[in-house]
Design a protein around this ligand. Structure first.
Ligand code: MF3
Ligand code: CO
Length: 246
């Protein structure tokens, strides 16, 4: 899983350099797929329930699962990129939202709040805690910043399959849920919307968009539950946990 996630992290670094106005989203997909394969991995999304590409790239009001295409990025947009890879049967999964060119204050704050929600959630991924601590801190962080949390899509356990138990909600479920145990591996992935939390799917069968057309941001890491908080597997240069303090 470390190696699968190292490949995912390297793919994100490459993708980040490509988030430029004018680039076609399928060019980023092609570059990421090449990198994953060159590192000995397999793109986890390609063929998953018939998904046609190696990345999900979700622009502006697209929340998750945007399909790469001939569409070109424009300055001022927020772009979420989600990448999964497997290596020797083990999975890695991570997502990040980038500014293409300059973005306005609303978008900058939305990305910051989502990233902060993930950082705080990772800090809560500690042995002896409970699963609901993660959702609680994500929801609190979103609401304090004046944003909403997507409820229809969730994080997940990850291991020899991309999606394993348990589901990792991004909101308070008002029940403690299972105890977090040392060594559990979770993909934590808050999705925050600037406006309503209501989302809908497009007729392509994949792309999820906000109901009000306002922008959305998404960050995800694969983390191991540890005594001191989550250990991030999907970021090469990250410290052992919570790289942001508040
Ligand atoms: N990365 C998504 C997740 O975290 C999965 C993408 S769905 C796929 O669950 F079909 F694109 F693979
Ligand atoms: Co995921």
């Amino acid at each position: 899983m470390r190696q699968a996630n190292r490949i995912v992290a390297a793919a994100h670094k490459l993708a980040a350099t490509m988030m430029q106005p004018g680039i076609r989203t399928d060019e980023i997909d092609r570059a990421v797929e090449s990198l994953i394969r060159a590192e000995g991995g397999k793109p986890a999304f390609k063929g998953y329930r018939g998904y046609p590409a190696s990345i999900c790239i979700s622009i502006e009001d697209q929340v998750v699962h945007g399909i790469p295409s001939a569409r070109r990025l424009q300055s001022g947009q927020v772009i979420s990129i989600d990448i999964g890879a497997s290596y020797k049967g083990y999975y890695g999964d991570a997502a990040a939202t980038h500014a293409c060119g300059g973005v306005d204050l609303l978008r900058a704050r939305l990305m910051d709040a989502t990233d902060l929600a993930l950082s705080r959630a990772i800090r809560q991924a500690k042995a002896g805690g409970c699963l609901n601590d993660i959702g609680k801190i994500v929801e609190k962080t979103a609401l304090e910043a004046g944003f909403s949390v997507v409820r229809d899509y969730v994080g997940h356990g990850i291991g020899t399959q991309m999606h394993e138990e348990p589901q990792v909600l991004n909101f308070d479920n008002h029940m403690p849920g299972p105890e977090l145990r040392e060594g559990m591996v979770l993909a934590i992935e808050p999705m925050l919307n600037a406006g309503t939390d209501v989302v809908r799917s497009l007729s392509d069968g994949w792309t999820v968009v906000t109901a009000d057309g306002k922008p959305s941001a998404h960050f995800e890491h694969t983390v191991v539950v540890r005594e001191a908080g989550g250990e991030i597997l999907s970021w090469c240069d990250a410290p052992m946990w919570g790289d942001k303090s508040d």
